[in-house]
Ligand binder design. Structure first.
Ligand code: HEM
Length: 399
C-alpha cells in the first residue's frame, strides 16, 4: 500500500468514527416513541425511498407504516402525515406550533426566504402581508369589484381560440391559458398586465394552470361527464354565451368538477413544509422539535378508506355533499388549512370555474391525432407543482 492510500484509509476511519459518535449522541438525545418508518441508510437516510414521484412513494410507505411516519432525508428529520385526523391535529389543533416552515436551500440560495410570503416566519411582517392579501387583494369586496377585468381577459382567450378554429390545428391548453392566468392574477393584484411574470406569481400561476389542465383532461377522458357539464352550462347560461362570475353559484356540477380535480390532482401534493416549534405528541407519537412536517394531501385524496373508487373521476360524489376545499374538511384540503392556508384560494376558485366553464361552453374539444379518450396519457410529473406528464393538446371545434 503506498503512502497516499494509507492517508486515505486513515481519513476514512476517522470519518467513520466521527459519524458513529454523531449517531450515538443523536440516539441518546432523540425522543423515544418516534413515529415508525423505514430504516435509514447512513448519511443519505431515506432519500432513495422518494423516487421520481415522492407523493406516491410516501403514500405507499403510509400503507406499510401507518398515517404518521418518520423519515430521515439527509440530515433533516421528516414526519409525513397521510390521514385527515392527524392533518387536523397539525394544522388546526396545534396550528401555532407548526406555523413556520423548513426552508429548502434552493429558496435561501435565491434569498426568496427574506421577502416571499410562503417562506417568511410568522412575524409582524408576515402578519401585515397576510392582512394586505385578505383585506385588499383577495377580499370578497375587491374580487366582486374587479370581475369586469377578469371577464375581459377570459373573453380575450375565447376570442383567440375562436380565431384558430378555421385552421383545425391542435392547441396546447397550458400554453394558451398561461398568459390569461398570469394576466388575471396580475390584473387583480397590480391592476396591470404583466408581460414578464416575477414566483410572486409563479406559485399562483402554476397551481391554477395545472388544475385547469387536469380538469379539462379528466372531462375529455370521461366524455359523459363533459356532456353533463355542458348540459348544465347550456341550461344556466346558454350554449356559447359568455359566463358571469355570479352565475357560477348556480352550477353545482361545475363546482363538483373542480373539487374532484383538486381531490385527484392537488397541485401541491405535499403542501409547503411545516416545522415543529416544540417536541409534541401527535397521533400517539412524538414529533421532535425542529422536525420537518409534510402533509401528503395526494395520499389523503386517494385513500380508499375515505373515498369510494378513489382513482376514478366522479364529480357526482360532491353533489349534495357539504365537503368543501376551504380548509375545514381535512379529507379535501388542497389549499392547506389554519393560519398558513393559501391566501389566493378565493381568486383561484373564481378563475378555475370561470375558465373551465368558458372553455367547455364555447367549444367542443377533440384530442390531437385522433387519440381515443380511453387511450389518453394521464401520467403525472412531480415538480414545483404536480403537472401532467404530457401537455394537453386538443383541437377546438365550434359548439
Ligand atoms: C389551485 C390553486 C392553488 C392551490 C391548490 C394552492 C395551494 C396552496 C397550498 C397547499 C399552500 C400551503 C398551505 C399550508 O402550508 O397550509 C399555499 C400557500 C400559498 N399560496 Fe397557494 N394555491 C393555489 C393558488 C394560489 C394563488 C392564485 C395564489 C396567489 C396569487 C397563491 C398564493 C399562495 C401564497 C402566497 C402562499 C403562502 C402563504 C403563507 O405561507 O402564509 N396560491 N397554496
Amino acid at each position: 500500500m503506498n503512502f497516499l492510500a494509507l492517508i486515505l484509509c486513515a481519513y476514512l476511519v476517522l470519518v467513520l468514527v466521527q459519524a458513529l459518535r454523531f449517531l450515538k449522541k443523536k440516539a441518546s438525545t432523540s425522543p423515544s416513541n418516534l413515529p415508525p418508518g423505514p430504516p435509514p441508510l447512513p448519511v443519505i437516510g431515506n432519500l432513495l425511498e422518494l423516487g421520481d414521484l415522492p407523493h406516491k412513494s410516501l403514500a405507499k410507505l403510509a400503507r406499510t407504516y401507518g398515517p404518521i411516519i418518520k423519515l430521515q432525508l439527509g440530515h433533516v428529520t421528516t414526519i409525513v402525515v397521510s390521514s385527515p385526523a392527524i392533518a387536523r391535529e397539525i394544522l388546526q389543533t396545534h396550528d401555532a406550533i407548526f406555523s413556520n416552515r423548513t426552508i429548502p436551500d434552493s429558496i435561501t440560495a435565491l434569498r426568496q426566504d427574506e421577502l416571499g410570503l410562503p417562506w417568511l416566519p410568522v412575524s409582524p411582517l408576515w402578519r401585515n402581508l397576510r392582512k394586505i392579501c385578505n383585506l385588499h387583494i383577495f377580499s370578497h369586496k375587491k374580487l366582486e369589484s374587479d370581475q369586469h377585468i377578469r371577464h375581459k381577459k377570459v373573453q380575450e382567450l375565447v376570442g383567440y381560440i375562436k380565431r384558430s378554429l378555421s385552421t383545425g390545428d391542435a392547441i396546447d391548453i397550458g400554453e394558451v391559458a398561461f398568459k390569461t392566468v398570469v394576466n388575471l392574477l396580475s390584473k387583480t393584484m397590480l391592476s396591470e398586465d404583466l408581460a414578464d411574470p416575477s414566483d410572486l406569481f409563479v406559485a399562483g400561476t402554476d397551481t391554477t394552470l395545472s388544475t385547469l389542465e387536469w380538469s379539462l383532461s379528466e372531462l375529455l377522458h370521461s366524455l359523459e361527464k363533459l356532456s353533463r357539464a355542458q348540459a348544465e352550462l347550456n341550461r344556466v347560461i346558454g350554449k356559447g354565451k359568455p359566463i358571469e362570475e355570479s352565475e357560477i353559484a348556480r352550477m353545482p356540477y361545475l363546482q363538483a368538477i373542480i373539487k374532484e380535480t383538486l381531490r385527484m390532482h392537488p397541485p401541491v401534493p405535499l403542501y409547503l413544509p411545516r416545522k415543529s416549534g416544540l417536541e409534541i405528541e401527535i397521533g400517539g407519537f412524538t414529533v421532535p422539535k425542529g422536525a420537518q412536517v409534510l402533509v401528503n394531501v395526494w395520499a389523503i385524496g386517494r385513500d380508499p378508506s375515505i373515498w369510494k373508487d378513489p382513482d376514478v373521476f366522479v364529480p357526482e360524489r360532491f353533489l349534495g355533499s357539504e365537503i368543501d376545499v376551504k380548509g375545514q374538511d381535512f379529507e379535501l384540503a388542497p389549499f392547506g388549512a389554519g393560519r398558513r392556508i393559501c391566501p389566493g384560494l378565493p381568486l383561484a376558485l373564481r378563475i378555475l370555474h370561470w375558465m373551465l366553464g368558458s372553455l367547455i361552453n364555447s367549444f367542443n374539444w377533440e384530442l390531437e391525432g385522433g387519440v381515443k379518450p380511453e387511450d389518453m396519457c394521464m401520467d403525472e410529473k412531480f415538480g414545483i407543482t404536480l403537472q401532467r406528464a404530457q401537455p394537453l393538446r386538443v383541437i377546438p371545434k365550434p359548439v
